[in-house]
Design a protein around this ligand. Structure first.
Ligand SMILES: NC(=O)c1ccc[n+]([C@@H]2O[C@H](COP(=O)([O-])OP(=O)(O)OC[C@H]3O[C@@H](n4cnc5c(N)ncnc54)[C@H](OP(=O)(O)O)[C@@H]3O)[C@@H](O)[C@H]2O)c1
Length: 327
């Protein structure tokens, strides 16, 4: 495993880290014993950074991570998120009282006295224009309840606004072969301010592993069945907002670019690591073998300029018209 600086946090995080949404819920049935095996395997392979949220399985994902920490002695850095418990989910809900309650609950779930990294969980755009919100987060740092804070965003514009606040140390954003707009302006700005970047949905919800086809079936409680058109949350979180058939067509074109020694998942993750602004990719994984496949991506040499140009071309003609202007 290789490690990169996570912005100004002082931490070095594994290039391939771990996204812990699927082991919480909304991805069909998961078995905690298998999830724990996947988490242990990730630590075995040098992963030291885990991304979760208070709402993933209503705390199930956070509690599994607490158990991992109890069972292991290695340093584990855990990023969690707050805000999605708000009902309704509105900008004014991101206030001191509500956040304090969410933080206390995550502290209990994670069995700790201080959260390593707290991220606002894709708040409405308006929240980024409330400086007092970021002042409250500074206060939580001073109180010692959180060590650092950052944001998880839907749109590049939100990311650019968020990093104007000096306390924002990290931005989590969708970035993958199907979502290339962050490279245009945001990466340069984030590097200038030394902001850490977590590349989420790196496999486009599993599509970029190349394993899906027109006949693939998803359980009713898997967001790949129930959120394809944004019925439950932002459409961009499911297959990166690319419609299923178009995604499959682009995958067939991408296959020809995957070097022989790599799986398509490794190719997709290695592509993300080509961008120095990225601190880590956080692929979700449900099993030890998915973890093994994904973490190995960090061991491959850089992709060639021709390959990078060819992926860009596939993005430009297949995907760009569908997503580029939205996020
Ligand atoms: N709003 C937010 O802040 C937000 C939103 C989305 C995600 N995230 C974070 O980002 C992380 C990653 O995104 P994601 O989990 O949505 O999507 P992803 O990483 O693009 O896809 C993960 C899924 O792909 C499949 N998979 C993973 N590795 C594989 C492999 N090597 N071979 C075959 N299949 C594989 C697994 O599902 P199956 O086996 O079921 O196919 C896995 O759950 C999340 O876990 C979460 O921590 C945050």
């Amino acid at each position: 495993m290789k490690y990169r600086a996570l912005g100004r946090t002082g931490w070095k995080v594994s290039e391939i880290s771990f996204g812990a949404w699927a082991i919480g819920g909304a991805w069909g049935n998961v078995d905690d014993r298998e999830s724990l095996k996947a988490l242990h395997r990730a630590l075995d392979l040098g992963v030291n950074f885990f991304d979760t949220a208070d709402v993933y399985g209503d705390g199930r994902s956070e509690r599994l991570l607490a158990r991992l920490k109890r069972e292991r002695s290695e340093e584990v850095i855990i990023a969690t998120k707050a805000g999605r418990r708000l009902e309704p989910h509105i900008a004014s809900g991101y206030n001191r009282q509500n956040l304090s309650g969410f933080i206390d609950r995550s502290l209990r779930n994670l069995e700790t006295d201080a959260l390593d990294l707290l991220q606002l969980h894709c708040p409405p755009t308006e929240a980024y224009y409330h400086p007092q919100l970021f002042g409250e987060l500074d206060d939580f740092v001073k109180q010692g309840k959180i060590r650092h804070y950052g944001v998880s965003v839907e749109k590049v514009e939100e990311a650019l606004k968020a990093i104007e606040y000096p306390g924002v140390k990290t931005v989590q954003i969708i970035f993958n072969i199907f979502r290339q707009r962050p490279t245009e302006l945001f990466f340069a700005e984030a590097r200038r301010r030394e902001t850490g970047i977590l590349a989420r949905v790196p496999l486009a919800s599993g599509m970029l592993t190349g394993k899906l086809n027109a006949k693939s079936e998803f359980a009713a409680d898997d967001h790949r069945a129930f959120n394809r058109h944004g019925e439950a949350f932002n459409r961009g979180e499911t297959f990166s907002g690319v419609d299923y058939e178009t995604g499959l067509q682009a995958i067939e074109e991408l296959r020809a670019l995957v070097p022989e020694e790599m799986t398509m998942a490794q190719f997709a993750l290695r592509w993300i690591l080509m961008f120095e602004a990225v601190s880590c990719a956080i692929p979700g994984a449900k099993t030890p073998s998915q973890v093994e496949d994904n973490t190995l991506a960090a061991e491959f040499p850089p992709l060639s300029d021709e390959t990078m140009a060819a992926t860009r071309e596939i993005y430009n003609h297949r995907i760009r018209p569908l997503v580029h202007h939205y996020w």
